[in-house]
Write a protein that binds this ligand. Structure first.
Ligand code: ATP
Length: 259
């Protein structure tokens, strides 16, 4: 391997960045002066107390909301004024809620429906599902990678809550995102499912960047490489989990005390 190749491999690669990001709602500033650098093959957490602005930042990055101030760059392209569907096609994909999974289709059929888009097929619900047979191999690869192979022919409705979440991540991965945004992936899960989904996210992040909003701080401590703490719409602290959790300002924001 050449020296250049070694350097390229080891250098952190920023795939999504925000500079001076801000959003006002009728005079109320929900997000102000947020700078973020999300790197390839890393898991980046966005945390903060209720109302800190995490969801608004997600909506700004995916362009569901138009920023009042600032700039967003995806893979070296300025996407500040780009429409959400185009941003998704460029590789910034947000996981949808479980309701995005079709309950009466099997795990495999759900993944195949999701695979139609990157395969260049229009979503044509009037076509028989058998017309999607050529997507079997790719669907099975995704299903195996996410540990769902023994549930391949189960109806989505019959899966446990945690496995529905994993299926939902699988349908998102069908779009082959470069940056995956996960909004509280552990919400409502028991400990066993939390561990399973944490392992899946770690696995998924070996090939792409993951930015996640998560309230479960032990998960953040366990799997996240970098943590940005928001409070009242602004960045309060950032660093690895050990750094931010030792910061007295973060302790005060979460617990009302820095003890
Ligand atoms: N469309 C809107 N119009 C007016 N205010 C809004 C709007 N969306 C969000 N806000 C306000 O912006 C602030 C940040 O909200 P946001 O939902 O981004 O916080 P959050 O950190 O995601 O909170 P939570 O952890 O409770 O989900 C809150 O004060 C909220 O009331």
């Amino acid at each position: 391997m050449t020296q250049a190749a070694v350097t390229t491999q080891s250098a952190p690669r920023v795939v999504l960045s925000a500079r001076g990001l801000g959003k006002d709602f009728s005079g109320f500033t929900a997000v102000n002066d947020v700078n973020l650098d999300v790197e390839h093959a890393r898991i980046h957490a966005l945390i903060g107390p209720n109302g800190a602005g995490k969801t608004t930042v997600f909506n700004l990055l995916t362009k569901f909301l138009q920023p009042t101030r600032g700039q967003i760059t995806l893979l070296d392209t300025d996407i500040t004024n780009t429409k959400p569907d185009r941003v998704a096609r460029m590789g910034l994909v947000r996981s949808f809620q479980i309701s995005a999974v079709f309950p009466h289709l099997s795990v495999r059929e759900n993944v195949k429906v999701a695979l139609q888009r990157p395969a260049g097929l229009a979503t044509q619900f009037w076509l028989p599902l058998s017309s999607l047979d050529r997507l079997d191999a790719r669907a099975d690869e995704l299903i195996n990678n996410l540990g769902l192979s023994q549930y391949r022919d189960h109806r989505a409705a019959d899966l446990s809550y945690g496995r529905k979440r994993v299926l939902e991540i699988a349908t998102t991965l069908a779009l082959d995102p470069k940056v995956l945004l996960l909004d509280e992936p552990m919400a409502g899960m028991g400990q066993e499912d939390v561990q399973m989904v944490a392992d899946i996210i770690r696995n998924v992040a070996t090939e792409r960047a993951v930015l996640m909003v998560e309230h479960n701080l032990s998960v953040v401590a366990d799997i996240c490489d970098h943590v940005t703490v928001l409070q009242r719409g602004e960045i309060l602290a950032e660093g690895d989990y050990a750094q931010v959790s030792a910061d007295p300002r973060v302790r005060t924001a979460y617990m009302g005390t820095d003890e």
